[in-house]
Design a protein. Sequence first.
Length: 454
Amino acid sequence: MNSEVSLLCLLLCMTTVVCDRVYVHPFYLFSLNNTKNNSCKELEVREQLVKTFIPISIESSVSEEIQNEEEKKHLGVNFLRDPIHTVGARFYKELRKIHNEDNIIVSPIHIYESLLSFYLGASGNTANELQTLLEFGATSGDPNCTYRIDGRKVLSALRFIINGPFRSRESEGLLFSKLSCLFSAPDVRLSESFVHELVFSDVNFYVRAVDFSNPTQAAKHIEAFVEDKSTPRSKSLLADIDPETSLLLATYTQFKAIVKGASLLKKPQEFWLDSDTVISVPMMRVVGTFEYKCDSNPSLSVVKIPVGKSVFLLLLLPTNISDLATVENQYSLMPSIEWMQKLSARQIQLTLPKVYLKTIYNLQELLAKQNMADVLGKKANLRLLSDMDLNIGKIINQQLFELSPSGTDQIEDPPEENETLKVTLDHPFLLAMYEKESYALLYFGTVRNPLKII
């Protein structure tokens, strides 16, 4: 063996020893045309060639059908777990400040989807800022140009996760509905390709023109339109629409999970709001083998419950009510699966309230609270969405989340069994719903008062 070959072998061995961690970059999710010589130039050409159309009026009775391309590839699904977590945590933190004493439910994956929707229409510095917000940090270094991720591929992977629990009969016990509406001012021309990318066969997506110059009348039209689609909605965020609005995106989701084997208790049970205040609430009970652990610092019980074959629920119960905020802080900008580590199977008698949570929020307002109001402000570059200057009034997300027993028969307290661990959620707790394949966070919430709906 000559000296050159020996040196090469030595270097390979050293590399193997040193590189014990491998970072796999999601190259599939980036555009193939990202090169220093052609990326920005080709983007400028694409912006000039965007085909536009004017949506039909919200008052029109004409139905709108857009043919959808079949989803082809779902690479990048696992990579999206951490970005979804981080983006959700960023917005949950701001909602806590607004609803400090209320129940909260957010859907990190649908927040991510809403922001990604505008990324599909963004260009220049706006695309750069949105890409960073979406946790894709690879940029060109030029403030007017960015090495773009392929938004269509990211959206395809994202929707693969969202639809995962509902692709087959395995979704028994899960009910999910979604309505997305893009409302634009009259005469605003929207990109045909942009709208086409947002529409796919599993969701109700509508594009309608609304005259925002009369905010009160515009709110009434939107409320009536949403109500006509049989979607529960809230009027609170439609009360102060900016009359200069040219675009408003609203997404309404409803998720209902039936806890298999659970039955409603015959009598309401005690639920402590704090150390001095107790109320009576409807509760359900289920006995089975679930994964469980009890952590310290803070003292926290974690129970993992399968909900269908593609979704699981984590219930997080601080031993002390005063530790709730500490546990909430564990849902941070640093992605972690700590809650799911060191769980072990136990026979458990689990008693928990029926849960009905509802939260509605404006992502524009929450961006402003993070000093990012300009990201989708009046100066945002949305040339791939429209060939006109746009003023995005609101980006509304509403989530309804419900946990119900599978049985309608009310049960009495079962006989004592020494080998069965009793876990009772009788004071404020947190819940997290995950998609099983990707471990992507679908919903995260805090239950402070099961009887209170905001």
